[in-house]
Design a protein around this ligand. Structure first.
Ligand code: UT7
Length: 339
């Protein structure tokens, strides 16, 4: 082998998370929808969720989580901000430049990533590529959502599932063998099944149809059962590929950190991968499904409460509309979430 300069690896250097203070319980939802605490707990594992108060948009949550991740990383100079979201402040431009400005990061590269619930893992892959290509030394990757703005209040399946929040990490250039280095980021998509989870209105397809906007087209619609099946299958597949790339067996994984879609999806995924509940990190019972925010939110919480210890081996995976999915591995470094 010829020895050219080593390709830098993306290494996790900081983590943060932010949940808006307002909490909606299952009983609160049951008071206005035909549902019940028992149904929601048994079908989703959710007991309560945080929701953004009126006037709070995605950038507000993203700035709060981003600030914590920056503090956790020791406030390095950031070269790029990647914001994974399906609920940007505006359809255009991207929300990331505003977040970068409000965080005082200057005129850095900043753009949004639209891969729905897989957006944060896609962000890790893009950030790793920027670092490997020496376009950036420090990248802030944020997942932030105000999903309650795209839920039809009368859609009981999504109203009980979806919630608001933000999580973030800082990745820095380092070496592949040090704690925190991301393994291969495995990403995939299947555009033949886009209709399973989407917001149909508001885009060029609708505007070019020659018809007036369909009522309710601004809301997210989901074919829950098929999305459930696809989520388990795709997170299993991509997790296996990420494990293979790291040369790990599922028994080597201390913690599975999967997108907090539904507790039953997490149980089915754990069964497929042979990673039981004791080796999974989860917070869905009190956060609900926060889409792109969910994986970094779990990392921030588990890092703060001691469930995550330096040296622990993690498998991260997520699945979302598009369809999109991804997975990667890392050994937890000695980082504490910022405050
Ligand atoms: O974040 C990534 C994307 N999202 C996901 O991964 C979520 C994937 N899907 C799911 O989590 C589940 O499909 C849901 C939680 C959304 C629904 O659970 P399910 O067990 O798949 O229920 P279902 O859609 O098959 O519906 C079963 C029944 C239906 O009634 P009928 O037709 O059997 O009479 C629904 O109308 O449950 C009913 N139902 C409800 N009942 C009470 C659906 N939502 C509710 C509700 N309360 N909130």
């Amino acid at each position: 082998m010829t020895g050219g300069p080593a390709v830098p690896a993306a290494v996790l250097a900081g983590v943060g998370g932010y949940l808006p203070p307002d909490v909606v319980t299952n009983d609160d939802l049951s008071a206005r929808l035909d549902t019940s605490d028992a149904w929601i707990r048994s079908r989703t594992g959710i007991a309560e969720r945080h929701v953004a108060p009126r006037g709070t948009a995605t950038s507000d949550l993203a700035v709060a989580a981003g600030r914590q991740a920056l503090r956790s990383a020791g406030s390095p100079a950031i070269d790029a901000v990647l914001l994974a979201t399906m609920t940007p402040d505006h359809p255009s431009p991207a929300t990331a430049p505003e977040v970068a400005t409000r965080l005082g990061l200057g005129n850095v590269a900043a753009f949004d990533i639209t891969a729905m619930c897989a957006g944060f893992v896609y962000g890790l892959g893009v950030a790793a590529g920027l670092i490997a290509g020496r376009a950036a030394e420090h990248v802030l990757v944020i997942g932030a959502e105000v999903l309650t703005t795209v839920v039809d209040p009368s859609d009981r399946a999504l109203a009980v599932l979806l919630a608001d929040g933000a999580g973030a990490v800082v990745l820095r250039a380092g070496t592949p063998d040090e704690p925190g280095a991301l393994g291969r980021v495995v990403l995939g998509s299947d555009g033949t099944r886009g209709e399973l989870l989407r917001i149909a209105g508001g885009g060029s397809r609708e505007r070019q149809s020659g018809r007036p906007p369909a009522p309710g087209g601004e809301y997210l619609r989901m074919q829950g059962r098929e999305i459930f099946r696809q989520a388990v299958e795709r997170m299993t597949e991509s997790s296996r590929s990420a494990l293979e790339a790291a040369d790990w067996k599922s028994g080597d994984v201390d913690h599975l950190v999967a997108h907090q879609a539904n507790a039953r999806i997490l149980a089915a995924l754990g069964a497929e991968l042979d990673i039981p509940a004791e080796r999974q990190l989860t917070n869905i019972a009190h956060t609900g499904n926060t889409s792109a925010a969910s994986v970094p939110l779990v990392l921030a919480e588990a890092g703060a409460d001691g469930r995550l210890r330096p040296g622990d081996r993690l498998l991260l995976t997520a699945f979302g509309g598009g369809l999109t999915w991804g997975a990667t591995t890392l050994v937890w470094p000695d980082v504490r979430p910022g405050r």
